[in-house]
Design a protein around this ligand. Structure first.
Ligand code: PNS
Length: 168
């Protein structure tokens, strides 16, 4: 009997966008289990703590029986090995993503040839959405409605309010 196909969807998710949500939904239809794996030690200072990022993703995907939210540190392929995952999922929005993604996929294949990277394209409305731009737009007073889950929008507003109150 063929064993379950477990996929890891790794990233910073600072914060989760509707582009990420779209990829996770597509992945949950393709694989037996998809593990949304949040990198703990992001190089740049994150806006959301890892606990907050996990809480948000669990709130969004709580009702998906084959979506799991977890954290990881260290080498991604080692985490995949521990989780018995044979697939790494990455989203590709545009050609500009390709070079970095190809390098990562080939480095991961060099480190562990048994794990295959699968690229998925998000729905067109999300091809220009990135966590970095979402944070910038909110910090400058713009709206990100429909670009991130409602819980993320609310949390972004809370963070902005907290920062403004501290400054005042
Ligand atoms: O959403 P991001 O920030 O583009 O995700 C990047 C991530 C977390 C997938 C990448 O930084 C990663 O896999 N880090 C773990 C460290 C690792 O395994 N490095 C070598 C693989 S190229």
């Amino acid at each position: 009997m063929a064993s379950d196909i477990i996929a890891i969807y790794p990233g910073s998710f600072d914060p989760l966008t509707n582009g990420h949500v779209d990829i996770i939904q597509r992945g949950s239809g393709l694989f037996d289990r998809i593990v949304v794996a949040m990198l703990v030690n992001i190089e740049k200072a994150p806006l959301f703590t890892v606990a907050e990022r996990v809480e948000i993703a669990r709130e969004v995907f709580g009702r998906y029986p084959n979506v799991e939210v977890d954290t990881f540190d260290g080498l991604l392929v080692e985490y995949a090995r521990r989780r018995k995952a044979s697939v790494i999922v990455r989203g590709l929005r545009a050609i500009s993503d390709f070079e970095y993604e190809m390098q990562m996929a080939l480095m991961n294949r060099h480190l562990n040839p048994e794990v295959e990277t699968v690229f998925m394209m998000p729905a067109e409305p999300y091809t220009y959405v990135s966590s970095r731009l979402v944070k910038e737009v909110v910090a400058l007073g713009g709206s990100v409605t429909n670009l991130v889950p409602a819980v993320v929008e609310a949390r972004l507003r809370e963070k902005k309010h907290a920062r403004e109150t501290l400054k005042a």
